[in-house]
Write a protein that binds this ligand. Structure first.
Ligand code: SAM
Length: 258
């Protein structure tokens, strides 16, 4: 069923509406008609099952009746913030897309010591907008209840400060050893409200960065005996965490509507 994202003010008292770019997509590309159904997400963790009441061409609005709503089952129980060392070229686009599919709650680009990509203010703004658009498209495709935010590029120091406010910090570090400790660190994420995951760029983390993270309470973990590319490492650790944390709540795919 098609899924669209609106802000909460678009949904009130059993009715909802879609306008803007999604109006055109529904009316002119999908050519959806009165009576057809779609799912709305307002980024508040609730999914709204809706039926089209009217395709209002004059006001360019899709008028909807909210038939039912339920707590979205597509979000992980822990808000995962991926702090990604700025990678070369367009790798960040792939990293954002995969992080969203795997359930990340936000992506934070980090200008670490060894990140070779240097972006000026204008470049950062342009890239952030591009990455946010990729997040929205991946969220729709994956059936997410929220559109993960791609935050502005920040320094490692700023990123660590932000991460200290989260429930846990995990840093896969290329020099870390011992898979038992890694497994334990991942299991300890159960029950956390949120967690920060730090991935270095192609050049990895500096010793100082790893030390600062450890002093901030990060679990420094190994992802195995092979060196993974930066774009592989984020996906790997997110997959492992997703697999560990994903709940067995049956989705409402059987249509039982509250
Ligand atoms: N320049 C580093 C080197 O040659 O050792 C490799 C850095 S790797 C390309 C980029 C990031 O992926 C690392 O900073 C780390 O966060 C993560 N990573 C890659 N392989 C890893 C592993 N086996 N264990 C833990 N983290 C790993």
């Amino acid at each position: 069923m098609p899924r669209f994202f609106v802000t909460e003010d678009h949904i009130e008292g059993g009715r909802a509406y879609i306008d803007g770019g999604d109006y055109s997509h529904i009316a002119n590309v999908l050519r959806m008609k009165k009576g057809e159904e779609l799912t709305l997400s307002a980024g508040n963790g609730t999914d709204y099952f809706c039926s089209i009441e009217e395709v209002n061409k004059a006001e360019k609005r899709i008028e909807l009746a909210v038939v039912g709503s339920w707590k979205s089952f597509s979000e992980l129980p822990v808000k995962l913030y991926l702090f990604q060392g700025l990678p070369k070229a367009d790798k960040m686009e792939l990293i954002v897309q995969k992080a969203v599919e795997l359930g990340a709650y936000a992506v934070v680009p980090v200008a670490t010591e060894r990140a070779v990509v240097k972006l000026d203010a204008k470049g950062r703004e342009k890239k952030q907008a591009r990455w946010q658009a990729i997040s929205e498209s991946a969220a729709k495709q994956a059936g997410r209840a929220v559109i993960p935010e791609v935050l502005p590029v920040m320094s490692f120091k700023e990123a660590l400060e932000m991460a200290k406010g989260l429930g846990a910090i995990v840093m896969p570090y290329e020099k870390a050893e011992g898979m038992e400790f890694s497994r334990k660190a991942i299991k300890e994420l159960h029950g956390a409200a949120s967690a920060g995951i730090f991935i270095g760029p192609e050049g990895g983390f500096s010793e100082a960065e790893a030390k600062a993270a450890e002093e901030a309470g990060a679990r420094i973990i190994s992802l195995g005996k092979r060196i993974l590319r930066t774009e592989t490492a984020g996906m790997t650790v997110l997959s492992i965490i997703m697999f560990e944390l994903e709940e067995d709540t049956a989705g409402n795919t059987d249509g039982n509507i509250s």
